[in-house]
Design a protein around this ligand. Structure first.
Ligand SMILES: Cc1cc2nc3c(=O)[nH]c(=O)nc-3n(C[C@H](O)[C@H](O)[C@H](O)COP(=O)(O)OP(=O)(O)OC[C@H]3O[C@@H](n4cnc5c(N)ncnc54)[C@H](O)[C@@H]3O)c2cc1C
Length: 413
C-alpha cells in the first residue's frame, strides 16, 4: 500500500515505519529528519506525506478504556471508529455522531475535522475531552479541553506532533432508524432549508444537481424501535431501499431501528465503503448562506456533471475549535464525490471555488481543493494562531510538509 485508500495519491516518503506503542513511536521519532503520521489513509491528497519518515499509526489500536463516571472513553489514536463503536455499544455507551464510514482512525479523522451530519451535532472533534501526543523529541504532552492550545490541537491536521491517545465524551447507547425519501423538490429545499436539515437528528441530501433534487436521507434517534415513520416527508415519498442512491450493497440498513453505530455511518464496517476509485471535495459555509450558495453552485456545475458521482449536503453545529469547518458558525456542508478524473476535477474546482468564495467557504482539510494560504487565511480566522501554536510545539519543523505550507498551517523551512 504505497498510496492512499482511494488510490488517487502515491506517498513519496522514502521511509515508512509501523509502530504500536509509545516506545516504538519514540524510537521512530529519534533523529533529525522530517516525520509525519499516517492513519488509515482515507484522506485524498499529499496531506500526510513527508520527505522523511512516514509513521503508520494503525497499530495503535488497544481496547478502549471507559470511565462511566466522567462519561468519557480513552482510545488509542490508530483505532478505527467502527472498532471503538462496537466496544462502546457492548458496554452500553455511544458517541454523539459518526462520519459516513467506520473505517477511519480516530486520530486521523479528528485531525482533519471529519464530521457526520445533524443541525445539533458538532464535528467529531467536538467530542474530544483531551489528547495525548508525542512531540518530535519524543516527549509526552497531555492537553485537555479548556487548556491553552486545546483549540488548536483538537483539529490539528498532523501539523505539530503524533497523537497516541484521545479521550472522547460518550453518552448512553441509543437506537437510530434511517429512512430515505425520494421526490423532495429543489423548491422545497430552497424554500425552507431548515425544515429539511432538521427533519431528523442527522440529515443528508444526495443530489446530482439535476432538475430533480434527488434524495433526503433522514436518521432519527428511535426511542421506540417499533414506531412507524411518516410515508411522506416534505413532499417526498418513503423509499424501501437505498438502491436509488447507487452507493452499492455496502450500505447500512434502512427502515428498521438498530444500534447507533450501525445506522449513523452510511457504510457498513464489514465492507469497503463508497466507490473506491474516487476523489472527494468538500466546503463548509455558514448555514445562513446555504440557499445562496446552493444557487451559486447550481449555476456553474452543469459542464462538470459527467465527472460527479454525487453531492451530499449536510450540517454541523458550531464549535470553538480553530481549524474546525464549523468554527464559530453553524455549518452547511457541500460535498462532492467525483470520478477519479483529476484534471476535470481541477477544472471543476476552478469554477466551484470562486462561486463559493462570497460565502467564505472553508475546505475540508482531508479532501481535494485548490485553496492556498492567502485564501484560507481569509476564511479560517484563527489560521495564523493555530500556525503559531504548531510552530511553538515543533520549533525544528519536523512535521512540516509541502501541503501544510501550501495551506498556511506551517511556515516554510
Ligand atoms: C469513502 C470516504 C468517506 C468519507 N466520509 C467522510 C465523512 O463522512 N465526513 C468527513 O468529514 N470526512 C469523510 N472522509 C474523509 C476522512 O474522514 C478524512 O480524510 C480522515 O482524515 C481520514 O482519516 P485517516 O485515519 O484515514 O487519516 P489519514 O488520511 O491517514 O491522515 C489524515 C491526516 O491526519 C493526520 N494523522 C493521522 N493519524 C494521526 C495521528 N495519530 N496523530 C497526528 N496526526 C495524525 C495525518 O498526518 C494527516 O494529516 C471520507 C473519506 C473517504 C475515503
Amino acid at each position: 500500500m504505497a498510496g492512499n485508500w482511494a488510490g488517487t495519491y502515491e506517498y513519496r516518503a522514502p521511509r515508512r515505519i509501523a509502530v504500536s506503542t509509545e516506545e516504538e513511536l519514540r524510537a521512530a521519532l529519534a533523529g533529525s529528519g522530517p516525520v509525519h503520521a499516517l492513519g488509515t489513509r482515507h484522506s485524498f491528497t499529499d496531506l500526510p506525506d513527508t520527505s522523511g519518515t512516514l509513521i503508520e499509526m494503525s497499530g495503535f489500536d488497544a481496547p478502549a478504556v471507559i470511565d462511566a463516571e466522567s462519561r468519557t472513553v480513552r482510545i488509542t489514536a490508530g483505532t478505527r471508529y467502527g472498532v471503538l463503536a462496537r466496544q462502546l455499544h457492548e458496554a452500553g455507551w455511544a458517541l454523539h455522531n459518526t462520519g459516513s464510514l467506520p473505517h477511519i482512525s480516530v486520530g486521523g479523522a479528528t485531525s482533519t475535522g471529519t464530521h457526520g451530519s445533524g443541525d445539533g451535532n458538532g464535528v467529531l472533534s467536538s467530542a474530544i475531552a483531551g489528547v495525548r501526543f508525542l512531540d518530535a523529541a519524543g516527549d509526552v504532552h497531555e492537553i485537555r479541553r479548556g487548556d491553552p492550545d486545546f483549540a488548536a490541537v483538537a483539529v490539528g491536521v498532523g501539523a505539530f506532533g503524533i497523537l497516541t491517545e484521545l479521550t472522547l465524551d460518550i453518552q448512553p447507547t441509543y437506537l437510530v432508524r434511517q429512512d430515505l425519501y425520494a421526490g423532495v423538490s429543489w423548491d422545497t429545499l430552497l424554500g425552507d432549508i431548515d425544515a429539511v436539515t432538521s427533519a431528523g437528528d442527522s440529515v443528508s441530501v444526495f443530489t446530482r444537481w439535476g432538475e430533480d433534487l434527488g434524495w433526503v436521507w433522514v436518521k432519527r434517534r428511535a426511542t421506540d424501535a417499533a414506531a412507524s415513520v411518516p410515508a411522506e416527508l416534505l413532499g417526498g415519498r418513503l423509499s424501501t431501499t437505498l438502491e436509488p442512491l447507487g452507493l452499492g450493497d455496502n450500505v447500512t440498513l434502512i427502515g428498521e431501528a438498530g444500534p447507533w453505530y450501525e445506522r449513523l455511518p452510511h457504510f457498513r464496517a464489514d465492507a469497503e465503503p463508497s466507490r473506491g476509485d474516487e476523489i472527494q471535495s468538500e466546503y463548509f459555509i455558514d448555514r445562513s448562506d446555504a440557499v445562496a450558495a446552493l444557487r451559486a453552485v447550481r449555476d456553474v456545475i452543469a459542464p462538470f456533471a459527467e465527472h460527479l458521482i454525487w453531492t451530499e449536503l449536510r450540517t454541523a453545529a458550531r464549535d470553538d475549535l480553530w481549524l474546525s469547518g464549523a468554527y464559530e458558525r453553524d455549518a452547511f456542508i457541500i460535498h462532492f464525490t467525483w470520478e477519479n478524473h483529476p484534471d476535470e476535477v481541477t477544472e471543476a474546482l476552478r469554477v466551484i471555488e470562486p462561486a463559493l468564495a462570497p460565502f467564505g467557504a472553508r475546505p475540508h482539510w482531508g479532501k481535494r481543493h485548490l485553496l492556498e494560504r492567502a485564501q484560507i487565511e481569509r476564511v479560517v480566522p484563527r489560521l495564523a494562531d493555530a500556525r503559531a501554536v504548531f510552530e511553538r510545539l515543533d520549533p525544528d519543523g519536523r512535521f512540516v510538509n509541502e501541503h501544510l505550507v501550501r495551506v498556511g498551517l506551517r511556515e516554510t523551512r
